[in-house]
Design a protein around this ligand. Structure first.
Ligand code: XMP
Length: 514
């Protein structure tokens, strides 16, 4: 059975992944393609609908992203958003020019509720606008279906041809009824049935993995993070003990984390898989001895991880398939899907080795957004604390210990971090912040404890709120929580005599310290 698909044609706007996520929240599968994708490829996909995204350009300028007019003749419904709406008008004979008044922010928009797009939407509704150009004249055959004081053409449509265009951004949450509008588009205009659901995704994946793997052997690098855990469980449900999971404990995990991962996935855990835990702490500490430079540390940890994994893989012998926990944003960001050119430089312990002897890679989560991976995890019965785990970098505590890493420093940061996490959770702040941890500065300072002078380390506490981890704000944790954590850390963690709170946002700081 072919799954119904909506194509998001990416013209370089900042909210493009958001459009795809919102469509998927309506239970309609959606993929992002660059505007450079050929029309033949689009036809091959047989989309139920197409959405043109926003973008930073002016469509009337030469060299601006554009598309063949033939797309409007495919008979596939199209929704243009912001730049996408202007481009549609420009290509079809309307007029787009610099707006006399630039609109930015939440704006009250009047909509014609007779339009299929605005069915059940309030006649006056708050929408998010961000544009310098505007449509000054609709293209022939189009009628105006929304307007504001400064934007006489806030939406246009040609219902006979199923072509719709909106100047505002229905995908951002500031557009109060935006999800309703996108849902109207996919259901009432495109006629989708809504077959994208996580339970059927899990079932379908298990079936297709079984078919692909047959009697083959499968190898998976398990980090205990959300993506690799969900990938591993999906594979284990599909092929049982034909799967081997290698979990490398590099000695830079959070307190008790190695044992927690083993408890879930190991021999006494919930799954029938071959679980190999490699305790490689000493090896990593040895390699990291005397190394202070952050990038060098990251590189050593990444390379050593691969060496260890490779050695374990060799012991298993030839494997047929290697599992990777790649998820959809990685695919889009690596330039395969959309127009965005950001390449991740992050090392992901999820599994890089391309020289381990295997025939094929399986990436079962390749089409999922993070929130969908979590839903799939719940469907698979993975414990909630694993599914909703905060992000943890591949190099682990290695990037949370400033300067040289030693076993003793690892212990300090692990203990302090465990206390911070405990206190944050006790105060209910674990639900309000997106990432929080302790880091060890390499600053030593003078203190006094009892009647004794101390000369010890300072721990830095961090807690941030963020939606995409590209920017973040330092969270305003109540003083009481910070105070209680501070006194516990200086009392319970040996060689720490000072606790600092990091008030810096990103930018200018990064979330991690190195
Ligand atoms: P920064 O420090 O760049 O972190 O603001 C942004 C987010 O990415 C996580 N992070 C990593 N994740 N491998 C990963 O898989 C890495 O090397 C890595 N470094 C940072 C960080 O925890 C934060 O959530």
């Amino acid at each position: 059975m072919k799954r119904e698909t909506v194509v998001v044609l990416d013209f370089g706007g900042q909210y493009n992944q958001l459009i795809a996520r919102r469509v998927r929240e309506c239970n309609v599968y959606c993929e992002i393609y660059s505007y450079k994708t050929s029309i033949e490829k689009i036809k091959e996909i047989q989309p139920k609908g197409i959405i043109f995204t926003g973008g930073p350009n002016s469509c009337y300028e030469e060299d601006s992203p554009t598309y063949s007019k033939e797309i409007f003749e495919l008979g596939v419904p199209i929704l243009g958003i912001c730049y996408g709406s202007q481009l549609m008008m420009h290509l079809l004979g309307g007029k787009v020019e610099k707006a006399p008044v630039r609109e930015y922010g939440k704006i009250e928009v009047n909509v014609d509720t007779h339009s299929k797009l605005f069915q059940d939407v309030s006649p006056k509704t708050i929408c998010w606008m961000s544009h310098n150009d505007y449509i000054s004249k609709a293209a022939p055959g189009f009628s105006i279906s929304a307007w504001t004081n400064d934007c006489p053409v806030a939406a246009v449509e040609n219902p006979e041809k199923n072509l719709y265009a909106v100047q505002f951004h229905p995908e951002v949450l500031h557009t109060q009824e935006g999800t309703k509008m996108l849902s109207n588009f996919v259901y009432h205009v495109c006629g989708c049935a809504g077959d994208w659901k996580m339970d059927s995704f899990v079932e379908e994946s298990i079936r297709s993995i079984r078919e692909k793997v047959g009697n083959g052997k499968v190898l998976c690098a398990l980090s205990g993070g959300v993506d690799s855990s969900v990938a591993a469980v999906l594979l284990s449900k599909a092929v049982g003990n034909q799967l081997t999971c290698v979990f490398v404990d590099h000695g830079l995990l959070r307190k008790n984390e190695g044992d927690e991962v083993e408890a879930v996935f190991g021999p006494n855990g919930n799954y029938n898989l071959n679980f190999i835990r490699v305790n490689a702490q000493e090896r990593f500490y040895e390699k990291l001895k005397g190394v202070e430079e952050p990038e060098k540390k990251r590189k050593i940890i990444g390379e050593e991880f691969i060496r260890v994994f490779e050695e374990e893989a060799k012991k298993i012998g030839t494997v047929d398939f290697l599992v990777q926990g790649t998820i959809y944003p990685d695919v889009v960001e690596s330039g395969v899907g959309g127009e965005s050119t950001v390449i991740k430089s992050h090392h992901n312990v999820g599994g890089l080795p391309d020289y381990v002897d295997f025939k094929e890679i399986i990436e079962p989560l390749r089409n999922l957004f993070k929130d969908e991976v979590r839903q799939a995890g719940l469907e698979l019965g993975i414990p909630e604390y694993l599914v909703f785990r905060q992000p943890f970098p591949g190099p682990g505590l290695g990037v949370r210990i400033i300067g040289e890493i030693t076993a003793d420093k690892v212990r300090m940061v692990q203990d302090a971090d465990a206390i911070w996490r405990e206190e944050i959770a006790r105060a209910g702040w674990d639900k309000k912040v997106n990432q929080y941890f302790a880091a060890l500065t390499n600053m030593k300072s003078v203190g006094v404890m009892g009647d004794e002078r101390t000369y010890d380390y300072a721990i830095a506490l961090r807690a941030v709120t963020t939606t995409d981890f590209m920017t973040a704000e330092s969270a305003e944790i109540p003083w009481e929580v910070i105070g209680r954590t501070t006194s516990r850390i200086v009392n319970e963690v040996k060689h720490v005599n000072r606790v600092l709170y990091d008030c810096t946002g990103k930018p200018p700081a990064t979330i991690e310290f190195e």
